[in-house]
Design a protein around this ligand. Structure first.
Ligand code: PEP
Ligand code: MN
Length: 355
């Protein structure tokens, strides 16, 4: 990491960037109100920090051990941005403010009528964004894989419904990208690209999605520690895309016996992650619990823990949903949850404070 002096000129900054590139690394230039900080991206072993320390305009050049420096609060504090939470603007809404954002929709898009009816219902309930799965990660190859499995035409048709529903009900739309071959196609249709829990470790997919320069929603793998989760988010930031929305969706306990929930909702990860990074983090009580009867309680708990928003699987008829019906709520239930969460956020403003 190279910290420039207050008042370092553009010419001095450009010189440092050129020198960094000479060593085969990329430079992430973060211009704060008072200072510019340059993060080195790549294999830092060959960098002679003493050489950089004496270049004009440089205050300090140092090796930073953490594997997620570009998204760390420390990095943004150095450039004078006070480590403030990043506000990610997506069309008519934004994630990262004190106002929680509610993302809802069916686990899987089934047909146009289903998607539009759900979109209308969640909009009325107060949701801000529409999510629908088109390429579904499934444990069995013999189960419904999402309409994206119906070849390119089937995928494009479903994606166009998603875009149309988003336009009609004035909500940004989001869907999961399951593999690198889908990146270009999906990025043409949606506002936010989701990386599912199973793909959190796919660094090539993370880089490919990041290069689309659209916000990325990254879900935590169910076996990943917090440091590991943030280290993989760093792959997105390393492509120059810091519009990253993190998502806590539950982890797997070690030990025998029934758990009674699909995963273990790691609520403490929410404030712990907010202390480490300026990126917003939302929670997914649907996959974390796998139980519609626990969604209200755990949504309130996640908001009380400081989550910047929630993602909730919603369907007008959960028992008929093709995928994940047991954890799906109705638009009416969504409305009550949004109302309860907004009241909690109003009454407990302290939970959103970072320090
Ligand atoms: C999903 O969000 O639809 C999903 C499959 O969740 P996860 O990747 O967290 O398992
Ligand atoms: Mn699901």
């Amino acid at each position: 990491m190279i910290i420039m002096k207050t008042g370092a000129t553009d010419v001095e900054i450009a010189r440092v960037v050129r020198e960094v590139q000479k060593y085969g690394l990329k430079a992430d230039v973060s211009r704060g109100e008072f200072r510019t900080v340059i993060g080195l991206v790549g294999d830092e072993r060959k960098i002679p920090f003493s050489h950089f320390a004496v270049l004009p305009g440089v205050k300090e050049a140092m090796m930073v051990e953490t594997s997620y420096k570009l998204i760390s609060r420390e990095y943004s504090k150095l450039s004078g941005e006070n480590g403030e939470r990043r506000l990610i603007k997506v069309k008519n809404t934004s994630i990262g403010s004190d106002e929680p954002v509610f993302i809802a929709g069916p686990c899987a898009v089934e047909n146009k009528q289903q998607l539009f009816k759900i979109a209308e219902g969640i909009k009325k309930a107060g949701a801000h964004m529409l999510r629908g799965g088109i390429f579904k990660p499934r444990s069995s190859v013999h189960s419904f894989q999402g309409l994206g499995a119906n070849g390119r035409e089937g995928a494009e048709e479903a994606l166009s419904w998603l875009r149309e529903a988003g336009e009609k009900f004035e909500m940004p739309v989001i869907t999961e990208v399951r593999g690198e071959t889908q990146v270009d196609l999906i990025a043409d249709y949606v506002d936010i690209l989701q990386i599912g829990a199973r793909n959190m470790y796919d660094q090539d997919l993370l880089s490919a999605v990041a290069r689309k320069k659209k916000p990325v929603l990254l879900k935590r793998h169910f076996g990943a520690g917090i440091e590991e989760f943030l280290s993989f988010a760093e792959y997105i930031a390393a492509e120059g895309n810091k519009d990253i929305i993190l998502c806590e969706r539950g982890i797997i306990p070690i030990g025998k016996g029934k758990s009674y929930t699909r995963y273990t909702f790691d609520l403490a990860a929410i404030p712990a992650i907010q202390k480490e990074t300026y990126l917003p983090i939302i929670a997914d009580p649907s996959h974390a619990t796998g139980r519609h009867d626990l969604i209200l309680n755990m949504s309130c708990a996640a908001i009380a823990a400081g989550a910047n928003g929630l993602m909730l699987e919603t369907h007008y008829n959960p028992q008929d949903a093709w995928v994940d019906g047991q954890q799906t709520i109705t638009p009416d239930e969504l409305e009550s949850i949004i109302d309860a969460c907004q009241r909690i956020r109003r009454d407990l403003p302290i939970v959103t404070k970072d320090e």
